[in-house]
Design a protein around this ligand. Sequence first.
Ligand SMILES: Cc1ncc(COP(=O)(O)O)c(C=O)c1O
Length: 373
Amino acid sequence: MNVRFQVSKPVLCGNEKRYVNDAMDAGWISSNGAYLQKFEKAIADVLHVDECLVASSGTTALHLACLALGLKPGDEVVVPSLTYVASANAITYCGATPVFADCDPHTWNATAALIEQAWTPRTVGVIGVHLYGMPADIEAIADLCRRRGAWLLEDCAESLGASVNGKPTGSFGDAATFSFYGNKTISTGEGGALYVRDLERRRHAKMLRGQGMDFNRRYWHPIVGYNYRMTNIAAAIGLGQIEMLDFHLSERRRIANRYLQQLFPLAAEGLVQLPVQANDYVNTFWLFSIVLTGGGEARRGKVMRELADDFGIETRPFFVPMHRLPMYLSNHIFPSAEFLAAHGMNLPTYSGLVDREVDEICDAFASVLRKNL
Ligand SMILES: Cc1ncc(COP(=O)(O)O)c(C=O)c1O
């Protein structure tokens, strides 16, 4: 396929190159250096919290957060089935068991009620996911966790900049994690970050990140840790990126508004479901996503293939629900997760995609969809 529109791509239009060159000139290319602290501070500022820690990826940040929250073998954690695999794997890395919840058919996120339905006597915590940039019903989920004496970890890999009632996603739970993979709203190539509310637990996460080494005694490792550090080079890119966060968010909002406007006629005809809009829930539209209203996985596959082959438009299917993957296979039936996974798709969403191009994508989509009704 001759790709004209990628589904996503990093846009490095700020100080990224200057900061990377500065780090290289100074010789600080590994996991020490001023950009690490500056990037951590900038992430904390977005969250309105006192301190964040960067990590080598969103996945390692999730693992560190689970360990810091005390997750251990025998425990169970409720997590939406419709998520990226890392949300569930982090639980498994700790020897604990993910227990899956279905999602709301309109917001595509697990709700407090669905999470409560999945609760077991061994549930110690919840990983709430803000899918594709749409905030989950996180206040109700946090309430549920408080009532049940469980912790809440927000997986904000896809929702940096999203908010509920003016409060950023990532600031509601006991911990939160972020991803800066190449397709995310801001990127460091590979990279992630975590926030841990409790200071002792945060210190533990920091120690685990750096091979479990004592902060005051070199080569003294009282616990088994990991090398989950970020490099100063990656942080230099991250600082350049996060300085431009408002720009990237406003670009995504403009693109989403254009998609919503152009695809409205298809939604009015009942052919597609568009993302829900709620004033108090600020969606970042990490990836603008739609759901075909019928036709099954085969039709979605055909639409995606024709968009790629005939128009050079790359799209992505929604994630495969966790309870359908070999290692988490179960007999559970989660109707919404299954329907969305078979019918949902992500459309090109990146800063710099101009309105005329969005229109072109929508025209192509409409013609391919009508051909395949
Ligand atoms: C919801 C979710 N959680 C976790 C991750 C893992 O992040 P990373 O790819 O940086 O390890 C991702 C993205 O890739 C994600 O989308």
